[in-house]
Design a protein around this ligand. Structure first.
Ligand SMILES: Cc1cc2nc3c(=O)[nH]c(=O)nc-3n(C[C@H](O)[C@H](O)[C@H](O)COP(=O)(O)OP(=O)(O)OC[C@H]3O[C@@H](n4cnc5c(N)ncnc54)[C@H](O)[C@@H]3O)c2cc1C
Length: 358
């Protein structure tokens, strides 16, 4: 099924917008509708992974629909860092550009939450079908699914911590480490991964405090920390204290002492977003070291469920924006190849059924 252009209202953008601002402005005025009939692919999630998958499919003349609930993981961040050529671009602008690019090739991007995605009866030739239902009751039938729902960062339950998430509270030295360099930084330990975290943040500041929060810290690691000038504070943490300027003032320990810090780094629990996907029966697994849970995938995002691919943070929680986009692109290409084979099988079966010319 070749995608046809002009699927958006009021208009499909012409050439992809020439600047992030233009892309955002064009994006705000576009609302795509769900098509009737069966589409080649539905992409669940319109972050970097989903949009790049859709871009590959749309450029391959596949009828593709992205359904996105609009809550990408890096929404609180001011800029996307570590991304060659687009360094520092606001996350919302990057996605607006991506949506414009998908639409430019005839793909649709529909705002909405997938409430259920489930296998439907296959076609007469045995080609898989999936029914995707949105929270508002709309449905669409798809030949293939790309799950790109991302992950949820679960913070430890420390009063005052969550309100600073993505600003004074950071998780990734590559995403915002440079921006907090030389600040007084605290590591709020959540488990063994925090030790590794501490060594990475030590690269960015000389003023680093490691709050054990009663997690295990063996004597060898304490010696290694001491050698790098990392101060260890043992015992439970009471709360994160907000400064008058709205930033972080410090960490109040359970015994009442305040340890002044401007930035806190936390290794979050990384939980693939599974909402609406249960009926697909996709295998999941715990991540090593108990750091979270992900969808299990093989080459190019393939899964044990024929017709369903997963890409981005939902299966690769360490992937940054570039890696997530690349994984989505690879999955999109793989889906197109799978559809091409299925289309050829169907054409061959039809040709063999056709009466031989007299
Ligand atoms: C605070 C913060 C800052 C970061 N900064 C950087 C950075 O500077 N550089 C960098 O490279 N990486 C950064 N990252 C990592 C980056 O966020 C991820 O690499 C990237 O978002 C992964 O892309 P994704 O497409 O897999 O998931 P997401 O971007 O999270 O997109 C998933 C999309 O799926 C949608 N969705 C989920 N479930 C459903 C459903 N049931 N129905 C419909 N839609 C659904 C969501 O609304 C969302 O829009 C940062 C992360 C955080 C938390």
């Amino acid at each position: 099924m070749a995608a046809t252009p002009m699927t958006s209202t009021p208009t499909t953008p012409g050439p992809a917008a020439s600047s992030p601002a233009a892309a955002t402005a064009a994006d705000a005025s576009v609302q795509d509708t769900l098509p009737d009939g069966t589409v080649d692919a539905v992409v669940i999630g319109g972050g970097a992974a989903g949009l790049n998958g859709a871009l590959m499919l749309a450029r391959s003349r596949r009828e593709v629909v992205v359904i996105d609930s609009g809550t990408p993981r890096n929404a609180p961040a001011e800029g996307v860092h570590g991304l060659l050529g687009l360094e520092g671009m606001p996350p919302a602008e990057l996605l607006a550009r991506g949506r414009a690019e998908v639409r430019h090739y005839g793909g649709r991007v529909v705002a909405g939450e997938v409430e259920s995605a489930a296998p439907a009866g296959p076609s007469a030739e045995g080609d898989p079908r999936f029914t995707v239902t949105l929270a508002d009751g709309r449905t669409v039938l798809a030949r293939r699914l790309l799950v790109a729902t991302g992950l949820r960062d679960v913070l430890p339950d420390v009063p005052g911590l969550a309100s600073h998430w993505g600003h004074g509270v950071v998780h990734c030295p590559y995403c915002h480490g440079w921006e907090v360099r030389d600040e007084p930084i605290g590591i709020l330990a959540t488990g063994p991964a925090s030790v590794h975290h501490a060594l990475l943040f030590r690269q960015l500041t000389d003023d680093l405090v490691y709050f054990t929060r009663d997690t295990e810290l063996d004597s060898e690691t304490r010696e290694r920390f001491a050698a790098r000038g990392i101060l260890v504070v043992d015992g439970p943490v009471g709360q994160v204290v907000t400064a008058e300027d709205g930033g972080i003032e410090g960490v109040r320990l359970a015994d009442g002492r305040l340890v002044a810090r401007r930035v806190l780094a936390v290794a979050t629990s990384l939980q693939a977003r599974t909402s609406g996907l249960a009926d697909l029966g996709l295998p999941m697994e715990d991540l090593p070291g108990g750091i979270g849970r992900r969808f299990v995938t093989g080459t190019a995002g393939t899964t044990d469920i024929p017709g369903v691919w997963v890409a981005g943070n939902a299966t690769d929680p360490m992937a940054q924006v570039g890696a997530s986009a690349a994984a989505g692109a690879l999955a999109g290409a793989h889906i197109n190849a799978d559809l091409a084979a299925a289309d050829t099988d169907a054409a061959l079966a039809a040709a063999r059924r056709a009466p031989a010319p007299a």
